[in-house]
Design a binder for this molecule. Structure first.
Ligand code: DX5
Ligand code: ZN
Length: 216
């Protein structure tokens, strides 16, 4: 199965987002990971659904929405309307998970769960029949540029084992860069979220460098 690159918008140049997305498409990238933070789930705020709707007008990338919000149920409809291709929310949420799934399902887009570093992977078990994507956080939610938490590798392996009979992609989010990506690949990840490692400096060079490492 081919690996999927999923650059994280949080690290992009916000003075020229449309161009950033088009540059990625020109580099052969298919997905963009969009972090939505409400300042309560994690101590940072990013952007709402209106800017995403504008970006939808200028980009054909697969919009992978990562909701880091206390009430995903409130925001799912807004991001569907904005043109999301996939919406993931945290398994730690206190909202009704099945209700959130139903909202996403109605739109016919992909649905996913995200798991934070301190949550036992078993928390995902009840939902394996119901999801297309699991995003494993390898940093604490909130910010780009943090360092990779090493025990995430074992968690990825465990989740790959749990999902082996299901059609679920496993994504890794946080601290993925030229130093850590080989281990992440060896652990079995299908989708690589990478913010700073792609947007810091020359995107084209960064993508080539990372590609060379994982295709070795
Ligand atoms: C953190 C976000 C990540 C972040 C990753 O809460 O979920 O998507 O942007 O950034 P890097 O790749 O720089 O660790
Ligand atoms: Zn994310």
């Amino acid at each position: 199965k081919d690996k999927i690159w999923n650059p994280s918008l949080l690290a992009a140049d916000f003075t020229k987002l449309g161009k950033e997305l088009n540059d990625l498409s020109n580099e052969g990238i298919d997905w963009i990971h969009i972090d939505i933070l409400d300042g309560h789930f994690a101590p940072n705020i990013s952007i709402g659904s209106d800017p995403i709707k504008q970006l939808r007008e200028v980009s054909d990338l697969f919009f992978d929405i990562h909701l880091m919000v206390v009430h995903p149920e409130t925001f799912i409809p807004k991001f569907i309307e904005a043109g999301a291709d996939s919406i993931s929310f945290h398994v730690e949420t206190e909202d009704d998970i099945e209700k959130c799934f139903a909202l996403i399902e109605e739109a016919g887009i992909k649905k996913g769960l995200v798991i934070s570093p301190d949550t036992p992977v078993d928390a995902l078990k009840p939902y394996l029949n119901n999801i297309d994507l699991i995003t494993v956080m390898s940093v604490y939610p909130g910010f780009g540029g943090q360092s990779f938490i090493e025990n995430s590798l074992d968690r990825i392996k465990e989740i790959k084992k749990l999902t082996k009979d299901y059609d679920i992609l496993v994504a890794v989010d946080g601290g993925v860069n030229s130093k850590t990506i080989e281990k992440v690949k060896d652990a079995g990840a299908d989708v690589f979220v990478a913010g700073t490692a792609i947007f810091n400096g020359d995107k084209s060079k960064n993508i080539k460098l990372l590609n060379n490492i994982i295709h070795d």
